[in-house]
Design a binder for this molecule. Structure first.
Ligand code: NAD
Length: 239
């Protein structure tokens, strides 16, 4: 607690698999969680849910102002995202614009909004959700997805550099495929190929990714900034 205000966290994409798990983790530790999503968010004690479209910059900034006015906003986690499986050769340009708008521009708005309230407060931690696809492109993935996540990795560094002037730290996790509804968009055959390519022959669990986010969100992560923490079962190693 800072003064009489509760410590708080903003989580975008809070209705999704990962957003729900991240929100629950912070709620269990007594944080007030401001959850935003275009989809309805399950109500629970300590959670302030709002309808939020991360592509709408003013909505994202309004959430930041609201959270910072009534709580001590310590952490901002940009989880909202859209994954589209596609044959690259048939990739639809309309889907391109949508994926870039949500994953990349939405994360840009989230970082900017977080910094706008954390800089005057002289401190805070931003965690973005990138992806293995941002490093690799990805098998059977719309090219916008990997491109958007590579952009998330780059903008994480831009906000880390700027944030350092204000004790605001910005990092990202880069998960490989996680067991959940997003990867259920792959065909069973593609999922088998993906699993076979991971040294441990399994997908990540939500909890493993939440733990990485919590590490980067913790003030004891201190000097760690601009990091892209890979949670991918070692898929990029060969041997
Ligand atoms: N699941 C995976 O395998 C995986 C792997 C790597 C990275 N990621 C990333 O993790 C994040 C969470 O994914 P998930 O597995 O929870 O997927 P999910 O589909 O369960 O959750 C995504 C959430 O984002 C919300 N969302 C979409 N558009 C939005 C918008 N314009 N404004 C606000 N919210 C919006 C959706 O409503 C949904 O609740 C995403 O950024 C995703 O790209 C997921």
């Amino acid at each position: 607690m800072a003064g009489d205000k509760p410590n708080s966290v903003v989580v975008t994409g809070a209705a999704g698999d990962l957003g729900t798990a991240v929100a629950d983790s912070f709620l269990a530790d007594g944080y007030r969680v401001y959850g935003g999503d275009v989809a309805p968010i399950r109500a629970r004690p300590g959670l302030v849910a709002s309808k939020l479209d991360v592509t709408e910059r003013e909505q994202v900034f309004a959430l930041a102002r609201h959270a910072a006015a009534e709580s001590a906003l310590k952490i901002w986690v940009n989880v909202a995202g859209l994954f589209e499986a596609a044959r690259v050769i048939e990739a639809d340009p309309d889907v391109w614009h949508k994926v870039i708008a949500i994953n990349l521009t939405g994360t840009f708005h989230g970082c900017a909004a977080a910094l706008s309230v954390m800089a005057p407060a002289q401190g805070g931690r931003i965690v973005n959700v990138g992806s293995l696809s941002g490093q690799l492109g990805g098998l059977s993935v719309h090219p916008a997805y990997g491109a958007s996540k590579a952009g998330v990795h780059a903008l994480t560094k831009a906000y880390a550099l700027e944030g350092a002037k204000h004790d605001v730290y910005c990092n990202a996790v880069a998960p490989g495929p996680i067991d959940g509804r997003m990867t259920a968009k792959f065909s069973p055959g593609t999922l088998d190929k993906i699993r076979a390519g991971i040294p441990g022959k399994r997908l990540a669990t939500m909890d493993e990714v939440v733990h990485a986010i919590r590490y980067l969100a913790d003030e004891r992560a201190g000097h760690t900034t601009g990091a892209i923490l890979q949670v991918n079962g070692g898929v990029l190693m060969t041997g």
